[in-house]
Design a protein around this ligand. Structure first.
Ligand SMILES: [Zn+2]
Ligand SMILES: [Zn+2]
Length: 263
C-alpha cells in the first residue's frame, strides 16, 4: 500500500517537474497585472490571456487548457471584472492551450462573440490540435516527447455560431468598430490559422508566433512547434511593420520587438 502511494507521489512529482521544464511554468501558479493601465494580463496555467477594454466591456485574447475556466473566474474576481463583461474572445489559433475552454465559456456566457480565423474552424469543431507542426529542434523534441506521454492535445470541440466573427485574413476594421485601437494580422508559421493583435500603442499580442520561454533549448523567441519557419519570420516582419514595440507572447514574459532575429 505504502509503496503504491510512494510511487504515485513520485509519478506526480516527475510529472510536475516535466511540465515545468516543458512548458516553462514559474514558481507562481499564476500572475496578473495591470500593464500600463491599458489592459490586464491573466496567466492561466502556461498561457497568458489578455483582457483589452472595448466598447461595453472587454475583449479577451485566448483561453487556456480545458480545465482553466474556474481559474479564470477567480482571477477576474481579483480585478473586479465579471465574466459577463467579456464581450468578445479572440483565439490566436486553435491549439488546446488557447482554445481549450472556449466551448465551456460560450455555453456559460452565450452572449459572447468569438473571433476566429477561418482556418481554425475544422480543428475547433473537432477539438483537436493540428499536428502538422514539428518541434523546433532536438531539445524540444525530447521534452515534448516526455510531455506528450502524459498529455492529450484534445479539447471540447466548439462549432462557431452565426453571432461569431470569422476572420479571413488581416482585418483593420473590426477592432476599431468595437472600440479597440488596433488591427488584426494573419500571422501564420506556427499554425496556418495564427493571428495577432497589434495595438496603436505598439503592444503586440502574437499568440504562439513568438515565444519567450525554454531558453535552455535555445529557442530565441521562436515557437517550440513550427509549421513553417520562413513563414514565422515573415509574420514577425509584418508585426514589426504594423508598429509593434513590445511583444506579449502567450508563453513567457513580454519582450522588445528588437529581440526578434529576422535573419
Ligand atoms: Zn500553439
Ligand atoms: Zn500555446
Amino acid at each position: 500500500m505504502e509503496s503504491i502511494m510512494v510511487k504515485r507521489i513520485g509519478m506526480l512529482a516527475t510529472l510536475s517537474i516535466m511540465l515545468a521544464l516543458v512548458l516553462g511554468v514559474s514558481g507562481t501558479a499564476y500572475s496578473q497585472e495591470t500593464v500600463e493601465d491599458a489592459f490586464f494580463s491573466i496567466k492561466l496555467s502556461v498561457t497568458n490571456c489578455f483582457l483589452l477594454p472595448c466598447d461595453g466591456g472587454y475583449l479577451m485574447i485566448d483561453t487556456s487548457y480545458p480545465d482553466q475556466y474556474e481559474k479564470l473566474i477567480k482571477e477576474l474576481a481579483k480585478i473586479d471584472v465579471d465574466v459577463s463583461e467579456i464581450r468578445y474572445v479572440l483565439l490566436t489559433h486553435h491549439h488546446d492551450d488557447h482554445a481549450g475552454f472556449i466551448a465551456e465559456f460560450v455555453e456559460k456566457n452565450p452572449e459572447v462573440r468569438v473571433i476566429v480565423h477561418e482556418a481554425d474552424l475544422a480543428w475547433l469543431a473537432a477539438g483537436k490540435s493540428n499536428e502538422d507542426a514539428a518541434p523546433l529542434n532536438g531539445c524540444i523534441r525530447v521534452l515534448l516527447g516526455l510531455f506528450g506521454a502524459f498529455h492529450k492535445f484534445d479539447f471540447p470541440g466548439y462549432i462557431v455560431r452565426d453571432s461569431d466573427i470569422i476572420l479571413t485574413g488581416d482585418d483593420d476594421e473590426l477592432l476599431s468598430s468595437i472600440g479597440v485601437d488596433g488591427v488584426i494580422l494573419h500571422t501564420p508559421g506556427h499554425t496556418d490559422d495564427s493571428v495577432s493583435v497589434i495595438l496603436a500603442d505598439g503592444s503586440a499580442f502574437v499568440g504562439d508566433v513568438a515565444m519567450n520561454f525554454l531558453k535552455i533549448c535555445c529557442i530565441k523567441y521562436r515557437p517550440i512547434f513550427v509549421h513553417d519557419m520562413p513563414e514565422v519570420r515573415e509574420s514577425w516582419e509584418r508585426v514589426l511593420e504594423a508598429g509593434a514595440v513590445t511583444i506579449y507572447p502567450a508563453h513567457g514574459k513580454p519582450f522588445d520587438v528588437g529581440e526578434l532575429n529576422m535573419e
